[in-house]
Design a protein around this ligand. Structure first.
Ligand SMILES: Cc1cc2nc3c(=O)[nH]c(=O)nc-3n(C[C@H](O)[C@H](O)[C@H](O)COP(=O)(O)O)c2cc1C
Length: 197
């Protein structure tokens, strides 16, 4: 059965910041009897979009890989949470690969007028960006722009955006301020979700 919430870990590193955040969130859902699933994106086989134009003619993508199931999961989900490292002020490369493959959803809606995804269903999005450096002006801007567009493409209302910086010096687990912020926002997310359904 499809999980209510899809949690996408955008870091290749296991047991580091993004992974630990994903695990914490999954645990919160469990305690509230909400089903969720973590996708370690660097363990997934996802081809790059090749701009072939297939999805502009036929519903779906020509590639049959780990992305194939994701289209249906995005549709069935009540929400999606992306946790990504900041990479050159954007999301990680594998997250961007997944984002580009949602062009098949975009094309189904705006070119084929035969949407892969139920556009009337309410879904809630959350984006958490994790940067290694101390705060600087552009650190989260590129990733945020990409995620704003992505969450629209998968018909999630992106209500929660959290930024963690300076992981080079203070990891997520030691960052009491961020942990409190995360706890607060996950609680709001869950309350929101319960209110919706
Ligand atoms: C290729 C690469 C690019 C990065 N670019 C940035 C950056 O632009 N800004 C930043 O603050 N941190 C940057 N970082 C640091 C990571 O965002 C940071 O180490 C983060 O904690 C990684 O997530 P993880 O700990 O869950 O693996 C970069 C790291 C790598 C490997």
């Amino acid at each position: 059965m499809a999980s209510d919430i899809l949690i996408i870990n955008g870091s290749p590193r296991k047991n580091k910041n993004c992974f630990e955040i994903a695990t914490y969130i999954e645990d919160c859902f469990k305690k509230n009897n909400i089903t969720s699933e973590i996708f370690d994106i660097y363990d997934m086989n996802i081809e790059y979009c090749t701009f072939c134009g297939y999805c502009e003619k036929v519903k779906g993508c020509k590639f049959k890989d780990d992305m194939s199931d994701m289209y249906d999961k995005f549709d069935k989900a009540k929400g999606v949470i992306v946790i990504s490292p900041v990479c050159f002020d954007s999301v990680s490369a594998k997250i961007k690969t997944l984002v580009d493959r949602t062009q098949a959803i975009y094309a189904s809606k705006y070119i084929l007028n035969d949407s892969i995804i139920d556009r009337n269903k309410k879904r809630i999005g959350m984006y958490i960006a994790v940067g290694g450096s101390k705060s600087y002006d552009t650190q989260f801007k590129g990733g945020q722009i990409v995620m704003d567009f992505f969450f629209k493409s998968i018909n999630n209302k992106l209500k929660y955006n959290l930024y963690l910086n300076n992981t080079d010096e203070i990891g997520y687990k030691e960052n009491e301020h961020f942990k409190a912020l995360l706890k607060q926002n996950v609680k709001k997310y869950i309350d929101n979700l319960i209110g919706l359904y």
